[in-house]
Ligand binder design. Structure first.
Ligand SMILES: Nc1nc2c(ncn2[C@@H]2O[C@H](COP(=O)(O)OP(=O)(O)O)[C@@H](O)[C@H]2O)c(=O)[nH]1
Ligand SMILES: [Mg+2]
Length: 295
């Protein structure tokens, strides 16, 4: 019998360094939403990859996680719990940094101090840097952190991702698969439907709105030729509801169209999307409401 190896690979780092982009590159699917804004990812999202080597079969279970921040809201505490959980399970940790690093990774380093798994430090976005800047970052990380391996990559352009994959596989312990071989993720389809609506809210509105929104899918009904999706968008105040709607509902309509197109790509089927906006005062601060939203 051929040997099987499997492991959990945790992708952690500060907001906006490219963790979700890297996860999608490694998995080869758009599982995690990506925007130019910090704190887009709010959950631990698993992406599963199965493969074969000459001597063994393997399963990689990646976890994309929220960027590490100092919590300001109850929501942030819940987000940091997802990071801690993924570090506890990790067989390998991918500590993602980018070439804009301002040397203020102390929060992340503190969290990784107690981590006993091998850590691969990744310097991302090298497409935006010169050789000198990259070399400087490598030297910096050798002095302050001394990780097992340092790799420089461009997750966006798929540069260095193949090398990273080889390194990750080399650390896998012998273990049976954790998930059935045809599963791509641990999250249900409605989770991704909600994330795609959230992504379009992030890209269509300025500062405060995206952070004040949560999306809940109340119906996800698939038939032969179409999926019917009903979504509720929760905001914290009535004024935000008005901004979200826009003049004659034009702005939310645009969000709906863009989200539907993304869903059709993701699910490979026609989608009918309904959206309702509701006000849920201070949901980011209240444990009971966060519970209801799955945090
Ligand atoms: N130029 C460049 N941009 C990148 C790269 N990787 C990610 N980005 C961009 O950085 C921003 C944040 O990416 P995201 O994956 O959401 O970061 P996260 O917050 O760490 O999950 C997005 O605008 C990405 O397109 C890269 O290798 N090169
Ligand atoms: Mg992310």
């Amino acid at each position: 019998m051929k040997e099987h190896r499997a492991g959990f690979i945790s992708i952690v780092g500060k907001p906006n360094v490219g963790k979700s982009t890297l996860m999608n590159a490694l998995v080869g699917e758009k599982l995690s939403i990506i925007t130019s804004k910090a704190q887009t990812t709010r959950h631990r999202i698993m992406g599963i990859v199965n493969g074969e080597m000459p001597d063994y079969d393997f399963q990689l279970v990646y976890s994309d996680t929220p960027g590490i921040i100092k919590p300001q809201y109850e929501l942030h505490n819940a987000m940091m719990e997802f990071v801690h959980g993924s570090l506890e399970d990790a067989d390998v940790v991918l500590f993602v940094t980018d070439i804009y690093e301002k040397y203020d990774e102390e929060d992340v380093i503190q969290k990784l101090k107690h981590c006993e798994s091998p850590i691969i430090l990744i310097i991302n976005k090298i497409d935006l840097a010169t050789e000198e800047v990259i070399e400087e970052k490598i030297q910096h990380w050798k002095t302050v952190f001394d990780p097992k391996i340092i790799l420089s990559i461009s997750a966006l352009n798929n540069v260095g991702v193949e090398d990273l994959l080889k390194q990750v596989i080399s650390f896998l312990p012998v273990h049976p698969p954790y998930f059935p071989k045809d599963e791509l993720t641990d999250k249900p389809e409605r989770f991704f439907a909600a994330e795609l609506v959230r992504e379009k809210i992030f890209t269509n509105y300025k500062k405060e709105i995206p952070y004040s929104c949560e999306v809940v899918i109340t119906e996800f009904r698939e038939s032969d030729d179409i999926i019917k999706v009903s979504s509720e968008i929760f905001v914290e105040r009535a004024t935000q509801r008005a901004i979200l709607l826009g003049h004659k509902g034009e702005r939310i309509k645009k969000v709906g169209i863009e989200a539907r197109i993304e869903m059709e790509k993701f699910f490979g089927k026609k989608v009918f999307l309904e959206q309702y906006i509701k006000v849920e005062p201070d949901w980011r601060q209240q444990k009971a409401k966060l519970d209801r939203f799955g945090y």
